[in-house]
Design a protein around this ligand. Structure first.
Ligand SMILES: Cc1cc2nc3c(=O)[nH]c(=O)nc-3n(C[C@H](O)[C@H](O)[C@H](O)COP(=O)(O)O)c2cc1C
Length: 203
């Protein structure tokens, strides 16, 4: 296949953001694995609270179009109160702009999941993201990275200080690129012939 395009979406509204640093590290590994990458920093995007029918901002359109054009994605959210952050959820709600594409939403795309947590329950945010991925017809990559005690794993400038976390994020980036190539090579996206019958709002 041509060079895979991997789009990263994540980070928080604070600076520095450990979830953003983790995303950047995983995307760097994607590039080392031969992909081109784009990063969508939630803290830098003009994304009003999504409401049906609301006029999308230029950033909302960019987010949706970048996701639609991606061969794979990586999502990274902080753990907020046992779940993903509100700003992360609002960002993915803007993918409603690609609900009616053919195929809809993120059909057939692999998505790598990262969460950074103050404590040790980051998997709760990862699992929440997994629910969203499935609702949007994507494929969660089995390897997930819940970073525990993030303040100890990242320096204030975003540098990863924990070599084990750095290695996990590198592995995720490589795995997302591998999965993007595999799904593309198998030509598994002939949705016109293998349509399930579910329209975009059935799930
Ligand atoms: C509103 C809020 C809620 C949080 N809830 C949790 C939580 O439930 N469990 C936890 O371990 N950490 C929690 N944290 C800590 C964040 O998960 C942690 O600081 C994370 O690394 C922040 O990511 P960021 O640097 O990208 O903003 C919370 C932080 C905030 C601001």
């Amino acid at each position: 296949m041509r060079q895979p395009r991997i789009v990263g979406l994540g980070g928080s509204l604070k600076e520095p953001s450990s979830s953003l640093s983790a995303l950047e590290a995983a995307l760097a590994a994607c590039r080392e694995a031969g992909a081109e990458t784009e990063i969508l920093r939630i803290g830098s995007l003009d994304l009003p609270l999504y409401a049906p029918g609301i006029e999308p901002t230029a950033d909302a359109v960019r987010l949706a179009e970048s996701a639609a054009a991606a061969d794979g994605l990586i999502w990274s959210s902080p753990l907020y109160h046992g779940s993903i952050s509100g700003s992360f959820k609002n960002a993915v709600d803007w993918l409603q702009l690609i609900a009616d594409r053919d195929p809809p939403y993120l059909s057939g795309k692999p998505i790598g999941l990262i969460a950074t947590a103050g404590g040790v329950q980051g998997l709760q945010a990862v699992n929440t993201m997994d629910f969203v991925v499935r609702a949007l017809r994507g494929w969660s990559v089995p390897l997930v990275i819940p970073v525990a005690r993030a303040s100890q794993a990242f320096a204030r400038d975003g540098t990863i200080t924990d070599p084990a976390v750095a290695e996990q994020l590198r592995s995720l980036g490589v795995e997302v690129v591998r999965a993007a190539r595999q799904l593309a090579d198998r030509g598994s996206c002939d949705y016109a012939q293998h349509r399930s019958g579910a329209d975009s709002l059935d799930i």
